[in-house]
Design a protein around this ligand. Structure first.
Ligand SMILES: Cc1ncc(COP(=O)(O)O)c(C=O)c1O
Length: 369
């Protein structure tokens, strides 16, 4: 059904259409018969592409969605008595209807975050309960990159976090639903942000980056002398994931069509402008433009979080937000500074245009007047 509102939505990057190059890759994969359940040439090629992109030790396991990628990853990394350290606003903690707990039997150990980020000290605080049989053993650190609040862990911070976690014998998982946006924001490769930063397992997003459906769990393997605890965790995860993926209903019979999408996003080796980067850079640039436009509407509008990827958070009068919602869809995120104000979340996607952003800012100015 077409939305009667005059502007495209800022509600979620999931609302965006599929990028034509991804659709073309799916159509090209629709070429006769292929062995089902991932034993096909597209998935074999994806495995090879992931090794080129993320390092020689990497393995790719395509799955159906981001929640599934997280549940498979975390279940593979955590022993039965383990706990997963996460931020209080982590998608796994707040927006997966308890799937990690219900499906994975996982215990989540939440840390208070600032703008979606947690610190090495937050992780180190769990050290005390490592040997206490009455408490869940902190076994995994799960970070979201970019975070649920549109911020990004810089490489140094990420390395400090993985060091602390590994020192405590924890494996490190990254919910990379928007990993592309983080890499584009930092101007680094996907490898620099994961394998080289000491990350063990990644939920690699595609849907928010121009994909249709499907994501992948990546088990990584750094080339240099690996930390023993994380090497063991990765080995165990690689052995468990094929079984867990099936048991958690994340193994698609026609996996080739998921792999074809991921291949289209990753592009060919040496590609100066792979699709993942083009799409993420566009979404990030539009978020920066939107933030700047909204800042001009201060003090009625107040940008509340650093805009480091493709999300903008701002508070505004509730009445103005409701008027603006008639023009473009978006979600309320939290209460504002006063009862008559609300914090809204505005997401940009790969196809958000400067004209759409400028029209939205003009509509916001109208809604305030
Ligand atoms: C940070 C993050 N992780 C995971 C997911 C889950 O993805 P899916 O809806 O495909 O299960 C989302 C979806 O919005 C997300 O924002």
């Amino acid at each position: 059904m077409t939305d009667p509102r005059s502007l495209p939505p800022f509600a979620s990057d999931n609302y965006a259409p599929v990028h034509p190059e991804v659709l073309a890759a799916v159509a090209a994969a629709n070429d006769g018969y292929a062995v089902a359940y991932g034993d096909d040439p597209w998935t074999a090629r994806l495995d090879a592409r992931v090794r080129e992109e993320f390092g020689a030790g990497a393995l790719a396991f395509p799955v159906l969605n981001g929640t599934g990628a997280n549940v498979v990853s975390l279940t593979a990394l955590s022993p039965r008595w383990g706990g997963v350290v996460v931020s209080d606003v982590a998608h796994v903690n707040t927006d997966e209807n308890g799937a990690p707990e219900r499906v994975g039997s996982l215990k989540l150990l939440a840390c208070r975050s600032t703008d979606g980020r947690i610190t090495p000290d937050d992780v180190a605080r769990w050290a005390g309960q490592r040997d206490d049989v009455h408490r869940a053993h902190p076994a995994v650190l799960s970070l979201t990159q970019s975070t649920e609040l549109g911020t990004v862990y810089p490489l140094e911070e990420l390395r400090a976090l993985t060091h602390v976690a590994h020192d405590l014998g924890m494996a490190v998982h990254v919910d990379g639903s928007r990993l592309a946006n983080a890499a584009a924001s930092l101007g680094c490769s996907l490898r620099a942000l994961t394998t080289d930063a000491g990350v063990d397992v990644v939920s690699l997003g595609a849907a928010k980056n121009g994909g249709m459906l499907g994501e992948a769990v990546l088990v990584l393997g750094p080339d240099d002398a690996p930390d023993v605890a994380s090497a063991r965790a990765r080995e165990a995860a690689s052995a468990a994931i094929p079984f867990l993926r099936k048991a958690t209903m994340q193994l698609a019979s026609k996996t080739r069509f998921v792999s074809a999408q991921l291949l289209a996003l990753l592009g060919e080796p040496g590609d100066a402008g792979p699709l993942w980067h083009r799409n993420a850079a566009q979404a990030n640039a539009m978020a920066a433009r939107l933030r700047d436009g909204l800042k001009d509407l201060a003090p009625a509008v107040r940008v509340t979080r650093p805009t480091e990827a493709n999300a903008v958070f701002a508070t505004m009068p509730r009445a103005a937000a409701d008027r603006l919602r008639a023009v473009a869809r978006f979600y309320d995120w939290a209460d504002g500074e006063a009862p008559d104000r609300v914090e809204v979340r505005l997401m940009c996607a790969w196809d958000t245009s400067p004209e759409t952003v400028d029209a939205f800012v003009a509509a916001a100015a109208d809604a305030l007047s």
